[in-house]
Design a protein around this ligand. Sequence first.
Ligand code: PBG
Length: 330
Amino acid sequence: MSFPIVRNRRLRHTAALRSLVRETVLTADDFIYPIFVTYGMNVKEEISSMPGVYHFSMDRLEEEIRRVTASGVKAVLLFGVPEHKDAEGTSAYDPNGIVQEATRAVKNWAPELLVIADTCLCQFTDHGHCGVVRVHESGAASVDNDASLELLVKTAVSQAEAGADVIAPSNMMDGFVYAIRAGLDEAGFEHIPILSYSVKYSSAFYGPFREAAHSAPQFGDRKTYQMDPANIREAMREAESDVAEGADMLMVKPGLAYLDVLRALKENFDLPVAVYNVSAEYSMVKAAAANGWIDEQGIVLELLTGMKRAGADLIITYHAVDAANWLAGK
Ligand code: PBG
């Protein structure tokens, strides 16, 4: 026998062979596309730190929804920029709030398109935190876990009432999955699944999103509820408690710097696992592409393939529509 004994290159010889043995294949079915909705008329305004991503007013939303469905993407994640913010985030659970209105409109235009509602308070609170802030006698302020749960349950139920197909709580309070499950069941929404942002790190990668959603905390940071990027065993505890509380799907967020965590969740739990390819991951690619430093399509498809290979069953990404079009050769 001649040398080398093993010739791995044999299976790379032609495109047909390579596709025959390909282990990971991206499809439009994998993607969830986030959309930002705002008040006003005739608004389609590019978010400066996220080229290609826009704020849409309700009257311009339909064209974007048509673009999504034409690409083959089957799910959107809706974020709203409210007109009014207050300490308790009341616009988050207003039956006529911006996310609720947008949900109704989208389900009307495209009944087959899955609408996922992000359940959090930070876009709706004047202090920008994901829950209710309590100021202690010492003057120190903290986010009150259990008081926040009540408002998050109201938010989730109002989103389901508006027609949301999936509730995705991103607030990182303890017990939120159980509280929301119980609230949904009580309101007759026992069939609505919860996609829990189970493992959400306190990350610098959310910067452009906070600009887009006007949701930066006005004091302090989110480190008392979002996770320390250094920890992975803690991620297992977060996922375990969500499973015990009735989550239907788990999520790891952000993606790129946390693929080991994604893999660990996939190996240790049998629920579908989502990854959120967050705003700064998107913006970095767009900036480099705008400078002509990288091949955008090649980089994006490679990154998304890497996330799927690492274990993602679903990928939330601002690249979703472009990627779906590229995959279809458009
Ligand atoms: C709301 C929320 C955030 C993101 C999704 N939902 C921001 C945050 O936690 O500060 C970030 C998404 C992104 O960066 O693309 N809590």
